[in-house]
Design a protein around this ligand. Structure first.
Ligand SMILES: CC(C)(COP(=O)(O)OP(=O)(O)OC[C@H]1O[C@@H](n2cnc3c(N)ncnc32)[C@H](O)[C@@H]1OP(=O)(O)O)[C@@H](O)C(=O)NCCC(=O)NCCS
Length: 251
């Protein structure tokens, strides 16, 4: 008897309500759209996540590798009840956030990846996914972990998240925290910003194409720089090497 193994391997998604797109004016004055993407759009995002796997700085490597795997699993139907939101400015990909529903009461935040720095784009994208969990999916709490010091500052400290160290997070390793409805309501209006409906011209541009990030995080030109300075916090070895390259010193 033949068995259609795909029917066993492929998780059955619940019929989750979609995220209604929103937009916000960020610190640069640009209008940023945050919207849910469809499975078909995932390959257009993966090409911009892949290069970040080689960026050690701020743990982009770890997070990008995991985001890549999670998005691929969503694309190929190997993760249940996952959603992916993107933040775009003029079509350009600026942030990717994802998560999933564990059960009707609880959500699981997976990752937040900012592809344009210094404008709190990641923070706004994260707040938007919390809004999706709370206002649209109706969860009572969202489990969250941080994999980087910036992430810890942005989520655990800015929201003052509650510890849930006894609950293992699906990412493994780092201890879980939770964003409760009470915490979310305190953040509404300050950390959670944005407006609806998105003007037709903005949403049309965002949906037309996911354009490459114009200034994504990149590995350093000198790949050995970090290793050389590891035991040399003053960076003297590196400075001397540069001087040698520039022929300012002979040896
Ligand atoms: C965590 C993250 C999503 C936050 O995004 P964000 O809110 O847009 O913030 P940025 O990363 O741009 O900036 C963080 C800090 O670095 C500073 N910064 C600004 N430009 C920067 C740059 N080009 N490079 C490094 N740091 C920069 C910012 O001023 C900011 O300082 P502040 O906290 O005092 O405001 C983002 O740093 C990121 O994607 N990190 C890698 C993945 C990660 O750790 N994700 C979270 C774990 S799930």
């Amino acid at each position: 008897m033949s068995v259609d193994l795909e029917k066993i391997l492929r998780p059955i998604d619940h019929d989750l309500p979609p995220f209604p797109p929103k937009y916000m004016t960020i610190a640069s004055g640009d209008e940023m759209v945050v919207r849910q993407v469809t499975r078909d759009e995932i390959p257009d995002i993966l090409v911009h996540v892949a290069p970040l796997i080689s960026v050690e700085r701020d743990f982009y490597d770890v997070v990008a590798a995991r985001v890549y795997a999670e998005l691929l699993a969503y694309y190929r139907h190997r993760m249940q009840d996952e959603y992916v939101l993107v933040a775009q400015i003029d079509g350009e990909l600026c942030a990717v956030v994802n998560g999933r529903q564990v059960d009707e009461k609880r959500g699981m935040s997976l990752h937040t990846l900012a592809l344009r720095r210094g404008l709190r784009i990641g923070a706004h994208a994260f707040a938007t996914k919390m809004e999706y969990h709370m206002d649209v999916l109706g969860h009572e709490e969202v489990l969250i972990v941080a994999e980087s010091p910036i992430g810890f500052r942005r989520w655990m400290i800015e929201y003052n998240l509650e510890k849930r160290f006894e609950i293992p997070h699906e990412l493994g390793g780092p201890p879980s925290y939770a964003l409760t409805r009470e915490i979310f309501e305190k953040a509404r209006g300050t950390l959670v910003i944005g407006r609806r409906p998105v003007p037709d011209s903005l949403i049309a541009k965002a949906e037309a194409a996911i354009l490459p990030p114009s200034d994504p995080p990149r590995p350093p030109d000198d790949l050995l720089a970090a290793t050389r300075s590891k035991y040399d916090p003053t960076g003297t070895a590196l400075i001397l090497q540069r001087w040698k390259q520039e022929a300012k010193v002979s040896k």
